[in-house]
Design a protein around this ligand. Structure first.
Ligand code: SF4
Length: 239
């Protein structure tokens, strides 16, 4: 006798996400953003970048150092570093091995040292020693991609910028704001549905929410201030 197959639902399988079914509703995502914005604003009124910096060059360096490293560790390292290297000329004129030694505890120190010195040299040669303030120019610097460029634009220059870090990627998918987890595609998806003046703070608030409540492994859905807007509430692995 052949046994009747159980349906996935009866077998307790998780329902398929729109990503898997190919049905992503951009209009609904835009409406969801409008609902989420005031809730996040209320929950996280005072947000900003955790990296310490005093000028655009310092933020650029700190952001390069923060790859695969905690912001807290970068802040410890840059406290002395920014007293030693005060300008693009200081970085460009330093020995690579010395920079490596100075940033060693941030990890990936060889690649980061090459990027920092290369970026400083280009800033000196082509931008008169000043970190450029446009995306087009910033991404021409060695070791600087859109994520780093957005970080500098949004936080050092006060321009609207979408920073797709790991928290923004995870939360955007759980909140079904995009079907993409590629940071560049996600950046353009969010740019379409988040009002431009809100870009930078919206990302900071998503990051704060990702750190405090919507954690990667164990999101606290019962205590989440935006749960009523979240398609993944109580089922965060759906996305
Ligand atoms: S309801 Fe849960 S999955 Fe949705 S944003 Fe809140 S914590 Fe994250």
């Amino acid at each position: 006798m052949t046994q009747k197959k159980k349906s996935p639902k009866a077998a307790g399988a998780a329902p398929k996400s729109p990503k898997k079914t190919g049905k992503f509703d951009k209009a609904a995502a835009a409406r969801r953003v409008q609902e989420i914005l005031p809730l996040l604003q209320k929950a996280y009124p005072n947000v900003g970048i955790a990296l310490h910096f005093g000028n655009p060059l310092e933020l650029l360096i700190a952001t390069i150092l923060s790859a695969q490293c905690t912001d807290a560790r970068v802040n410890v390292v840059t406290k002395d570093l920014f007293k030693k290297y005060r300008s693009a000329a200081d970085w460009a004129g330093a020995e690579l091995q010395q920079i490596e030694q100075d940033i060693k505890s941030c990890g990936f120190y060889h690649n980061k040292a090459v990027s920092i010195r290369g970026a400083a040299q280009k800033i000196l040669d082509e931008f008169r020693g000043k970190v450029p303030a446009t995306m087009e120019e910033l991404v021409t610097l060695p070791g600087v991609g859109r994520k780093t460029a957005n970080c500098v634009l949004g936080n050092a220059y006060g321009r609207p910028a979408i920073m797709c870090d790991t928290h923004v990627i995870r939360l955007s998918r759980r909140l079904q704001l995009s079907a993409n987890s590629d940071p560049v595609k996600l950046e353009f998806d969010l740019a379409d549905i988040v009002p431009k003046p809100e870009w930078t703070l919206f990302c900071h608030r998503l990051i704060a929410h990702g750190r405090a409540v919507c954690k990667a492994r164990k999101p606290d859905c019962p205590n989440c201030p935006i749960a009523k807007c979240c398609p993944a509430a109580d089922n965060p692995n759906l996305w």
